[in-house]
Ligand binder design. Structure first.
Ligand code: UDP
Length: 268
């Protein structure tokens, strides 16, 4: 993991806090969109990562994931977990910035600015449907290319070359976690895109294959529980174990200071 894969520019240091040993940009949803659009317009390489309870738990055990998150240019609180943790530790994080919603806000910006996008990941029919739905919703959006997410490690370089050749400016990667983080850590600089974001099951949502939790469930921070009820076999263990471990992480950090994070510092 050398540092030259992408430059950590961090243009918003005064809004960047540290929560549970990881950076987090304490921005509203709209500020996050504006920041990213500005950076893309300026041509500044921008890798965005969304943190939820599961990712904090995994990062605590996985130095590669920690390194990736530390090098990311924009780090957003995906779920209710980070918000609760911040409150518990006396830090201010204005609101959730769900990764899927961020993608859905950036696609119309890409259409407006004429920035071509590449959709990489999910099942072949899902990524095709997601691309068709995106161009239907946002006429003028240029989808420079799509590729499904079921390729082998030795095919990665060819997939990356396809992204590069497409001339895409934005890349959304839906390979699930932590595969999409590993992929972006390794290849972001080679893709030629200005902006990249891992979106988990985001193409399934855009394609209409996966249902989003109702708004009130999202607001209550229960989206993980809702998804668990839809796919209990696949998800129960992860939701229960990850949440329990996350709560333990937060309580340990709170005992250590009372804290575990730092407040926003002044801009350097
Ligand atoms: N996915 C993929 N390749 C893989 C594994 C998953 O493209 O090898 C896609 C999957 O089709 C789905 C998305 O990644 O569109 C998210 O998958 P999942 O819900 O399993 O991951 P999570 O985000 O819950 O970790």
């Amino acid at each position: 993991m050398t540092g030259d894969r992408f430059r950590p520019l961090g243009r918003v240091p005064s809004l960047r806090i540290e929560l549970l040993g990881l950076p987090l940009d304490a921005l509203t949803f709209d500020e996050t969109v504006r920041l990213i659009v500005d950076r893309i317009a300026r041509g500044e390489p921008t890798l965005q990562v969304s943190l939820n309870a599961a990712k904090y738990v995994r990062a605590a055990e996985d130095p590669l994931l920690r390194g990736f998150i530390r090098r990311a240019h924009v780090v957003s609180p995906d779920g209710a977990g980070p918000l609760w943790a911040a409150r518990r530790l006396g830090l201010e994080v204005p609101e959730r910035v769900p990764g899927v919603d961020l993608m859905l806000a950036l696609l119309p910006e890409a259409a407006r600015h004429g920035w071509p996008v590449f959709l990489l990941g999910a099942r072949p029919e899902v990524v095709e449907r997601a691309a068709a739905e995106a161009t239907r919703r946002w006429p003028g959006l240029q989808v420079a290319g799509t590729h499904h997410g079921y390729f082998r490690a030795d095919e990665e370089a060819a997939v990356v070359e396809q992204v590069r050749q497409s001339g895409a400016r934005l890349l959304f990667v839906a390979l699930g976690s932590p595969r999409q983080e590993r992929f972006l850590d390794r290849w972001f600089a080679k893709t030629g895109v200005t902006y990249a974001q891992g979106v988990g099951g985001g193409f399934d949502v855009l394609a209409g294959v996966a249902r989003r939790a109702p708004e009130w469930i999202q607001r209550a921070g229960l989206e993980g529980v809702y998804r668990m009820m839809l796919e209990p076999r696949k998800r129960w263990r992860r939701v229960v174990v990850d949440n329990a471990r996350f709560i333990a992480l937060v309580l340990r950090a709170a005992r250590r200071r009372g804290g575990g994070g730092t407040r926003p510092g002044p801009a350097p």
